[in-house]
Design a protein around this ligand. Sequence first.
Ligand code: BGC
Length: 248
Amino acid sequence: MQILGIDIGGTGIKGGVVDTDTGQLLTERVKVLTPVPSTPKSVAKVVNDIAAKFDFKGPIGLGFPAIIRKGIVCSASNIDHSWIGTNSETLFTEETGQPCFVANDADVAGFAEMAYGEVPSSEGVVLFLTIGTGIGSALFIDGKLVPNSEMGHLYWTNGEIAEKYISNKVRKAEGMSWELFGKRLNRYLLHIEKLFSPELIIIGGGISKDFGEFKSQLTLPVKVIPAILQNSAGVIGAAMYARSRMDS
Ligand code: BGC
């Protein structure tokens, strides 16, 4: 089935049509900057513009950078605060005139990576982290997702949430060397490892293509691998999520 996948991020909104039987992108992936301010109205307009660009009629899956419970946005760290309490599914469905299904962006990207990435085994606890504008997380137990895990919001020792200390956005803003970034990431991952004892940690998001730059700083007792779907995971996973909702 062909489904339009849209990955809404704090910095960019990406979209592409996905064949949900194979997990392949059938079109180019378009990217539009996230509007500022990123209000429900302005983001919904971008979503509609992307659907119009592909002249797409049919189900749309969307990954959204916040806690999503039954379509309702319950947090707003890298998106305008006016989203809190908004029923995102109703909003996007009304704006596009197509059935829209929304889940957390990291959860859907993790979903795609588990299905189409090079994950050696999905047994036990597997943790997928997207490191981009913020830190997103998807926690899997024997391949089953525990939604909205929000591990970027653990408090760091300086009283900030972890994503204010270790995201790709912070790395760029502070002009951090890869060595320093790797050391900070290592400290963060060692803490997460203690809390969840995962069998495997997968690093996704904008940083995954640079894994070779910082992997020598990682001293974890568990395997840490880069995601291979890179920036397509969010779009593919969003479409897969819509498909799973339609099938259920
Ligand atoms: C949000 C998460 C999201 C992550 C990545 C965090 O700030 O709280 O819900 O998954 O950013 O976009």
